[in-house]
Design a protein around this ligand. Structure first.
Ligand code: BGC
Length: 747
């Protein structure tokens, strides 16, 4: 009897101990997902694949709330309906409201979802914080990507990603729709400024640094955030230049120039990818099994979530006309490989997808594949453990150290294109006449995606932000600084010492708003420039623009030219500091600034653009006012002693190139050292040269540094054919750095 009692007690303790011990063992993410998935109804699975815009959750129209009280309020009954009836697993979007407003909204949203979601599945919440915390009143706004690329320093893009999540993770934003990994090819494109320019290597390295900053930040623990490489693929080179219009890109070209940045994003572990809304070579990318499944998943090994862009399943019916109705469109997109639909203002997707499964046209196994990917990201981000915002971290928003990083990025992103007779830096004292269409504008420095989609006026921008004029006034306290309108310029002819003409793009634009059919600077602004030049004083042109607006002969006539791009909230200050010489400019062009409309080519053009067999005049040969990589400094850098460890490269054995760079001027400077390689003969025509490596260095006056570039044949001398097969062809190559060149041979 005693033995039996003892046995019973033992069994009881054994069971209790083991069950609780088993509970303590963290099952792998996979088995957790299997467990959740096995309990989900079809409707719940489809809900996970659905993303809805927040305008659907507002108590009133967005504009009314935003304009009047700069806040937004959650309509709790609508949210509960989305969660309980449609089981929606993701929401998106924002406005530039205050942190407290964001906090209460997001807190309520996540808490109500966890309360009403039957299986307690947390939400993914996506926001377009594309250049810092774009949608947060007190947040830090960095320059746009086109500027960030001009820094040629990936520490800045890393910081941009890091600071964005530092400021927004505790608000419950767990998915940042950044970075744009599209190659900046078509200069007409209204989203040009969102790219990292025209070079695949630069775009890859700048973009992956953003991804690392967003996804791998330990400081925000226990939060973790997903990045989103967008918009796969070919979006940035529509034939007409207009947003979401057709692109035609040969397969080989696509692989050589447009694919590397996305491949780099995948290799860097990006958790999500957003798809190009447009058509590529006659096929809307959202329906392309070849691109979404074969290329992205099978070839490149992408394991994360494939998200449609805005309304793009509907667009298959209503924009591309490849589907008779929304249900067929849903079928095509899901069968091509889409995991989640940014629907985002109806719930039809849920209905049609369910019908397609019930009819047996889409298997539940196919649905499970997508839901698994979505749940995996949710687990990896730790959302099942913590998804609620944290008010104790609101003080991390807009820290002076973060704003200082944005200012530093802006300073390093401005490119000195021209400095005739060393007109810059400007001397202190005298009278500076500031003029031009963008001199008094904040939106012209910030561009789209700043506090809102496309801020129409400075009303949306913080009061304390300086325009170029404000900043010059502050910076040149010993000078007389005046702003003069175009029609009053003649009145200051006798008194002005120098004219700063600030020109470019007046309006902030995003997406379709940015479509244009003429790249020239507007005629009224050109006229403004001519008047400024007619004063016969030195004229410094400051270009504030998201893409190159063509200047014609005005570039040649101005004494100094700064490409300031879209340098963001700190941009005015950065420009003024460069004009005064407090900051020595060190940006370099991330794209080729065309001279005329008729022959717009990138720096890495093919040799037959200018054939020696059919030479063209010098005038025609001039295709750019500034090529990719051009950028002046107030000091001089001398490049000497370029040498190679060997001139014969055998097989895949690498060789080493070295060069010495010296600061030969009188002031400290930073220099981006760009290494280009030209493949002289190829079975597929080769670009005239290609950037293969870069490094940014700091040099005191008189200081020298030796730079080293290891040329690895498989990495730096190869190229893909149209099927992605990597070709490494024997023959002669030239390496160039600054004006120095050396030849070598691959045997
Ligand atoms: C844009 C995306 C953006 C999305 C969500 C789309 O219209 O193309 O870049 O992430 O909207 O706002």
């Amino acid at each position: 009897m005693i033995r039996h009692i003892f046995l019973l007690v033992f069994c009881f303790y054994y069971l209790i101990y083991n069950v609780s011990a088993r509970d303590k063992i963290k099952p792998s993410t996979k088995s957790k997902i299997d467990n959740v998935l096995s309990q989900m109804t079809l409707e719940e699975k489809i809900g996970q694949m659905t993303q809805i815009n927040i305008t659907m959750l507002m108590t009133d129209s967005v504009l009314k709330h935003y304009d009047s009280v700069m806040t937004f309020k959650l309509d709790t009954s609508k949210l509960i309906e989305y969660v309980t009836k449609f089981h929606v697993g993701s929401f998106l979007n924002g406005r530039g409201v205050s942190k407290s407003s964001w906090f209460s909204y997001m807190d309520q949203l996540h808490r109500l979802n966890m309360k009403y979601s039957r299986l307690k599945i947390p939400l993914l919440y996506g926001v377009d914080h594309v250049h810092g915390s774009s949608y947060l009143k007190e947040g830090t706004i960095f320059p746009h990507n086109i500027n960030m690329a001009a820094t040629f320093d990936t520490t800045f893009t890393h910081e941009m990603g890091r600071i964005t999540v530092l400021e927004t993770s505790a608000l419950g934003h767990n998915w940042i729709f950044s970075p744009v990994m599209d190659l900046g090819k078509n200069k007409f494109w209204g989203r040009y400024y969102e790219t990292f320019g025209e070079d695949p290597l630069l775009a890859s390295l700048m973009g992956t640094a953003v991804i690392n900053g967003i996804q791998n930040s330990k400081e925000i623990s226990p939060y973790q955030i997903a990045g989103c490489a967008k918009h796969f693929i070919g979006y940035s080179d529509p034939k007409s230049g207009w947003d979401r219009s057709p692109a035609e890109i040969p397969e080989q070209h696509l692989r050589e120039f447009y694919l590397p940045s996305f491949k780099a994003a995948i290799d860097a572990g990006v958790k999500t990818i957003m798809i190009n809304s447009g058509e590529l070579n006659g096929i809307p990318v959202h329906t392309s099994y070849e691109l979404l499944t074969k290329l992205l998943r099978e070839e490149l090994g992408f394991k994360g979530i494939l998200l449609t862009d805005w309304m793009d399943i509907i667009a298959l019916e209503k924009m591309h006309f490849v589907a008779e109705n929304e249900k067929e469109a849903t079928y095509k997109a899901i069968m091509a490989g889409i995991d989640m639909s940014m629907v985002p203002v109806t719930t039809n997707f849920c209905l049609y997808l369910k019908e397609l499964v019930k009819e047996g046209r889409i298997t539940e196994e196919r649905i499970n594949m997508s839901v698994r990917r979505i749940l995996t990201v949710k687990y990896e981000l730790g959302l099942f453990e913590k998804c609620f915002p944290d008010s104790s971290r609101l003080s991390w928003i807009g820290l002076p150290t973060s704003k200082a990083k944005a200012l530093e990025s802006a300073r390093e992103s401005i490119v000195l294109l021209k400095n005739k007779n060393e007109v810059l830096p400007l001397k202190s004292g005298g009278k500076i006449v500031v003029t031009g269409a963008t001199a008094l504008s904040k939106v012209a420095l910030c561009g789209g995606w700043t506090y809102r989609f496309a801020p129409r006026s400075d009303w949306w921008i913080p009061i304390e932000m300086s325009t170029v004029f404000d900043a010059i006034k502050k910076e040149f306290s010993n000078s007389e600084v005046v702003f003069v309108e175009m029609d009053k310029l003649k009145e200051v002819e006798a008194t002005a010492d120098v004219v700063v003409w600030v020109a470019g793009e007046k309006e902030a634009y995003a997406e379709t708003d940015g479509s244009i059919s003429d790249l020239d600077l507007s005629e009224d602004q050109k006229e403004w420039g001519r008047l400024a030049l007619s004063l016969n004083k030195p004229v410094i042109l400051v270009l504030t623009e998201g893409r190159p607006r063509l200047l014609g002969d005005l570039f040649d006539k101005c004494d100094g030219v700064l490409f300031a791009g879209l340098p963001g909230v700190e941009g005015g200050t950065a420009i003024a500091e460069i004009l005064s010489g407090k900051m020595n400019p060190c940006g370099k062009m991330p794209f080729t600034y065309p001279y005329k409309q008729g022959h717009i080519i990138p720096y890495n053009y093919k040799r037959s653009e200018f054939s020696v067999l059919r030479p063209v005049s010098d005038e025609l040969h001039r295709f750019a006012i500034a090529e990719f990589g051009h950028g002046l400094s107030y000091t001089q850098f001398i490049y000497e002693n370029l040498r190679l460890s060997d001139t014969i490269v055998a097989g895949n054995k690498s060789i080493v190139a070295k060069v010495i760079v010296t600061n030969n001027g009188a002031r400290f400077g930073r220099e981006s050292v760009l290494w280009f390689v030209s493949d002289e003969i190829g079975s597929i025509t080769r670009p005239i040269k290609e950037l293969q490596h870069f490094e940014k260095i700091s040099l005191q006056p008189g200081q020298s540094k030796e730079l080293v570039f290891e040329i690895i044949p498989s990495k730096h001398l190869s190229f893909p054919d149209k099927n992605g097969k990597i070709l490494l062809e024997q023959g002669s190559f030239t390496i160039s750095v600054n004006k120095l060149t050396k030849r070598f041979w691959l045997k």
